[in-house]
Design a protein around this ligand. Structure first.
Ligand SMILES: [Zn+2]
Length: 57
């Protein structure tokens, strides 16, 4: 067991603010939210992205 604060999963800084846990600040919480909304954490889907701006320089 440690007393160290959890590290922010976005930027790695200590998540010192309880109201933003597990993030260090509202900005990082917002970043995580956008990741969810943009499908970064997508699971169990049969949809194939068009890849308009990915893999094609
Ligand atoms: Zn952060």
């Amino acid at each position: 067991m440690t007393d160290q604060p959890a590290a922010c999963p976005i930027c790695g800084n200590p998540a010192l603010e309880p109201k933003y846990k597990p993030f260090c600040c509202g900005r990082c919480a917002d970043v995580d939210l956008h990741r969810w909304l943009s499908g970064v954490y997508k699971v169990e889907t049969d949809e194939v992205p068009d890849g308009e701006d990915d893999g094609n320089p």
